[in-house]
Write a protein that binds this ligand. Structure first.
Ligand code: ADP
Ligand code: NA
Length: 332
């Protein structure tokens, strides 16, 4: 039996979205207060699988840390650190490159999406990314990983890596990690196109709400968000073929920590002209304080760096013995 331990990470690739907040960061905060040990990372080694300007990467890494802290992660309760500050991630990542199979990686939909048509020119790191992600998790024997729905396939791969390692070496060393995909907004969609995930890489800035948006920007984007002409239904079933409507209701439920059915009990029969102002008020009341606090923290980069260095030191105390045992098992 493995002691419960939570790990997750986000790439410091710039521009945290409402999707990152509802799918990941808000869940990180929830799990921090369960009494289970929690580790949250800025996965900079993953960010460089696509080109990052060095100065921008440094700034984005601090900004992500500021986002974590502003959203409620407490360095006294959670270990916050950069992936590259804990070399054990990359060291275990290499071993997992030798455990994972080419065929497994080829089936990862995120690689297909991110590499696009020009697959020959994608970095080798982009292809191998899920093996490093398995190492991020398993170097702490983490049992639970809060993520958005888009990461489910990578967590399954993490379990495959753990199972193959355990099988090949005849040990019961790595746990079968569980994804924690919770809340009403595990997959936040674009505000302009209900069939696309809200993402920092979408070319249309109006498609996403950023965690750093001010009240005016939030209001404008929600006012312009694509909808349909019908009134809101009174039950979730009525949203099935209405992706844009469903997305806005999911966002409301996610921000308010409500069930979708409860949101619809309040707004069923109302038009979007009534619902949108309520959503704007809610989004501004939840996000504006975070963005203000992020600004404040970004004025104190030394304070952020100190927190991360301390987090990394403590993370290494967990990771180093697990890596040492892995080497021992492998015969090194
Ligand atoms: P992105 O997908 O924005 O490039 P990451 O890959 O670093 O960012 O994802 C960070 C976390 O945010 C992951 O847990 C991911 O599942 C979650 N996430 C990203 N976009 C969304 C979204 N649109 N809805 C819900 N969760 C999301
Ligand atoms: Na992602």
């Amino acid at each position: 039996a493995f002691t419960p331990r939570v790990f997750s990470g986000i790439q410091p690739s710039g521009g945290l979205t409402l999707g990152n907040y509802l799918g990941a960061i808000k869940r990180f905060v929830d799990m921090q207060d369960t009494g289970i040990e929690t580790l949250y990372c800025m996965v900079d080694l993953h960010a460089i699988t696509v080109w990052q300007d060095p100065a921008a990467l440094r700034r984005q890494t601090r900004e992500l840390a500021a986002g974590y802290i502003a959203a409620g992660l407490d360095p006294a309760k959670s270990l916050l650190f950069n992936q590259s500050q804990v070399p054990e991630h990359a060291q275990l990542g290499w071993i997992f490159n030798c455990v994972a199979r080419m065929g497994w990686m080829s089936r990862m939909t995120q690689f297909k999406d991110k590499a696009g048509k020009n697959r020959e020119n994608a970095s080798l790191g982009l292809f191998a990314y899920p093996a490093l992600m398995a190492a991020d998790i398993l170097v702490y024997h983490a049992t639970h990983v809060p993520v958005g729905e888009d990461q489910k396939q990578h967590i399954e791969l993490t379990r495959d890596v753990a199972a193959k390692f355990n099988h090949d070496y005849g040990v019961d060393f790595f746990p079968m990690t569980e994804p924690v995909i919770e809340g009403a907004a595990t997959r936040v969609m674009s505000l302009r196109d209900g069939s696309k995930k809200m993402s920092k890489s979408d070319p249309s800035p109006a498609s996403r709400i950023n965690m750093t948006d001010d009240a005016d920007a939030i209001a404008k984007k929600i006012r312009k968000a694509k909808t349909d002409p019908d009134a809101l239904p009174s039950e979730a079933q009525g949203l099935e073929d209405r992706p844009e409507a469903r997305n806005l209701v999911n966002i409301f439920a996610g921000l308010a920590d409500m069930k979708v059915d409860h949101v619809l009990a309040d707004f069923g029969g109302k038009q979007f002209s009534d619902f949108k102002p309520a959503l704007i008020d809610l989004a501004v009341s939840k996000l504006a304080p975070i963005s203000t606090e992020m600004d404040r923290l970004m004025q104190h980069p030394d304070e952020i760096d100190r927190i991360l260095t301390k987090g990394a030191t403590r993370a290494r105390q967990i990771a180093a013995p697990i890596l040492a045992q892995t080497y021992e098992i492998v015969g090194m």
